[in-house]
Design a protein around this ligand. Structure first.
Ligand SMILES: [Zn+2]
Length: 189
């Protein structure tokens, strides 16, 4: 089974719980322990039929997870930033790590000083501070409250699931939509 057929499992609160294989996801769906939220577009052939593989499923009963602070690693930083360069905002499946305050200037390797960067932005910034390089971050890097670690996570999947990992983005979209509708209504009246 391809890693790309991995499925995001959400809690009843829509919070991501983990990533499971397509087979495990289908088992959860068939046993009515989960419901499909988003289709993946791919199919799997079972003995009886061709079944659509979901991309996102939601567990039916709330799962209480013990709180574990995310562990800092290069991959965790990429996952926190959804493999998006924090300078130009572009998605990059093979990004680099950038120290905002360069290590040569005493910058630490920690959540608040390390971001995902594409090769070109990293080269452009070099061994300089933001001010010296005249560059800006798209957002301040923070300690993530939670992270879903899984070998089944791929950069492409993260991009697809971004709105589940960063629900605040969805809220922004709703606000924008609201503003657009309000504007439309005021123009019509
Ligand atoms: Zn970039």
């Amino acid at each position: 089974m391809e890693a790309d057929q991995s499925v995001l499992l959400l809690n009843t609160t829509f919070e991501p719980l983990t990533v499971v294989t397509a087979r495990r996801a289908l088992k959860l769906l068939f046993s009515k322990k989960a419901q499909s939220i988003e289709d993946g577009g791919a199919y799997i052939q079972t003995i009886r039929a061709k079944v659509r593989i979901p991309s996102v499923i939601q567990i039916v009963y709330y799962i209480k997870k013990p709180y574990l602070a995310p562990k800092f690693s290069k991959r965790s930083v990429f996952i926190r930033d959804s493999f998006n360069c924090q300078y130009c905002g572009r998605h990059n499946p093979k990004p680099t790590i950038d120290h905002i305050i360069p290590r040569s200037k005493g910058g630490k390797t920690c959540w608040n000083n390390v971001v995902t960067a594409c090769h070109s932005c990293n080269n452009k910034k070099g061994d300089r501070s933001l001010k010296e390089a005249g560059m800006r971050l798209i957002k301040e890097p923070q300690d993530p409250k939670f992270l879903v670690y899984s070998a089944l996570i791929s950069p492409a999947k993260i991009k697809k699931w971004e709105r589940y990992f960063h629900p605040e983005k969805q809220v922004d979209e709703v606000f924008r939509l609201d503003a657009a509708i309000t504007e439309k209504l005021s123009l019509e009246s």
